[in-house]
Design a protein around this ligand. Structure first.
Ligand code: PLP
Ligand code: COI
Length: 365
């Protein structure tokens, strides 16, 4: 049996009207609206079963289900983009499928086969393709695959059952200010992840662990936290939902530095893509440690001209001001930089099909 043939389909009995859907797609925000259907697959008795497309609906779960107690839960985030010819394309879906497997492995969970991950997306887009916003704008359909333990019981051990679900959520700008440079808070009191921990996996608990610092950042008037390494509290790791890039110099002499994959930061697919695109554009890119002191002195001396965050949800977002308990400093003139915007343009151009996809990243499912 083919992977596709394993899926059953139950159409939504009362789908969203075309009028209401268009209203939502015109200003979706982030993560507030969901398409009419979802995909569900269970892992039971060592096999992937019950693959289905069904109406988006609540779940009913036993209160002792292990995920509520011991937190085996992982997720992914990727987007589907409307192309100028009306078709729908996904960006680096195989990279998300592979990272989902690595996250599962780190959490001692069952690993969903890559072809089933990709087929689940194909199945959702087949029924909810109209939820992918029109071409030409910033909007896309954010896809949220996730998986959690379903075994009921309180013994601490890897569960023997899991549920995989896939949701579609139309998305516009992640930050309320759109492309306005964000203000970030250097977290020195809390850390996100430590060597040997779960930082490089996309696990729900990493985000739970980050929320107090994010709350602190918001109370300081900042948009996001910047995490430092857990051991020395010296080196920059990443932002709450983004990887970071530092631009040294300008014009054709500009070079980029991004924190090396330390094991405790998320290996972002946008990060990886931008390393490639920056090199294509002739910029030198270094993956290495960068300290807060180098960041501050680099900005003060003018050596660092731009800093930006990148991720699926936020795309490429300029960092304007860095704030900490010790004070603040502003990068350049606090406005979006040239290299930042050029890389953003290239990436989004590939995603929308207006730039050549020379690395074969786009896939119509
Ligand atoms: N770092 C964190 C903590 C994230 O949540 C994300 C978002 O997914 C990223 C980095 C960027 O990863 P990606 O580019 O794969 O979306
Ligand atoms: C993403 O960019 O996909 C993220 O995971 C960020 C987030 C909303 C958690």
């Amino acid at each position: 049996m083919t992977v596709a043939a394993q899926f059953t389909r139950t159409p939504h009995p009362a789908p969203t009207s075309a009028e209401r859907r268009q209203e939502i797609l015109a200003a979706p925000g982030f993560g507030r609206f969901f398409s009419d259907h979802m995909v569900s697959i269970d892992y039971v008795g060592g096999e992937w079963v019950n693959a289905e497309v069904l109406p988006y609906s609540p779940l009913s779960m036993d209160p002792s289900t292990m995920v509520f107690h011991y937190g085996q839960a992982i997720f992914e985030g990727l987007k589907a983009y409307r192309q100028a010819d009306g078709s729908i394309a996904t960006f680096r879906v195989d990279a998300n499928a592979a990272r989902f497997q690595r996250s599962a492995k780190r959490m001692a969970m069952a690993q969903l086969p890559e072809e089933l991950f990709i087929e689940s997306i194909r199945q959702l887009l087949a029924v909810d393709g109209e939820w992918v916003p029109p071409a030409g704008g910033e909007e896309s359909l954010y896809l949220r695959p996730f998986m959690f333990a379903t075994e009921a019981g309180l013994g601490v051990k890897p569960a023997d059952g899991y549920k995989y679900l896939l949701l579609g959520s139309p998305a516009g700008a992640y930050f309320a200010g759109g492309l306005q440079p964000v203000r970030v808070w250097l977290s020195t009191e809390f850390v996100r992840a430590a060597p040997g921990g779960t930082g490089e996996a996309k696990v729900a608990g990493n985000y739970a662990a980050s929320l107090l610092a994010q709350q602190e950042a918001a109370a300081q008037g900042c948009d996001q936290v910047v995490w430092l390494d857990a051991c020395e509290r010296t080196y920059v790791e990443e932002m709450g939902t983004n990887n970071l890039f530092f631009v040294f110099g300008s014009g054709s002499d500009a070079r980029l530095v991004t924190p090396e994959l330390s094991g405790s930061l998320l290996p972002g697919i946008t990060r990886d893509s931008l390393i490639t695109l920056a090199a294509d554009s002739g910029y030198k890119v270094e993956e290495r440690k960068i300290s807060v002191a180098e960041w501050r002195t680099g900005v003060e001396s003018g050596a660092i001209t731009e800093v930006f965050g990148c991720g699926t949800a936020a795309v490429v977002i300029p960092v304007g001001t860095v704030q900490s308990a010790e004070g603040e400093f502003t990068i350049g003139d606090g406005q979006p930089g040239e290299v930042t915007m050029a890389l953003r343009e290239t990436l989004t151009g590939i995603q929308r099909g207006t730039f050549a996809d020379s690395h074969g990243w786009m896939r119509t499912l």
